[in-house]
Design a protein around this ligand. Structure first.
Ligand code: FES
Length: 101
């Protein structure tokens, strides 16, 4: 699975939920992080990015946009992280970084 999003669709200090199971965030300017949208609590899809967290509305779990860690709610595991490659003005998610070896 891989997907691409234009950098300008990902707000600084926030993020964007893509239709294909990916949420991309920009916790600080120029730093892009991506996660699976599958909530690790019971498998709902996270629905919003607001005030520094990625939010699941099923039971109220919230995950930090910088690393996916649980901030609140019943989830005990972080959101699953996905590899990100910045290519020009686009962010590619789901492709491992090039192997330097
Ligand atoms: S499935 Fe997301 S909080 Fe329960």
């Amino acid at each position: 699975m891989s997907t691409t999003v234009p950098m300008n669709r990902v707000p600084v200090g926030g993020g964007t939920i893509l239709p294909d199971g990916v949420v991309v965030t920009q916790p600080v300017e120029g730093t892009f992080v991506a996660f699976s949208t599958t909530c690790p609590h019971r498998g709902c899809t996270v629905r919003a990015v607001a005030a520094g967290t990625i939010n699941c509305f099923c039971h109220g779990s919230r995950f930090r946009i910088s690393d996916g860690a649980v901030v609140g709610g019943p989830a005990e595991e972080p959101l699953g992280r996905l590899p990100v490659v910045v290519a020009g003005a686009e962010i590619r998610v789901g492709e491992p970084a090039a192997d330097p070896g």
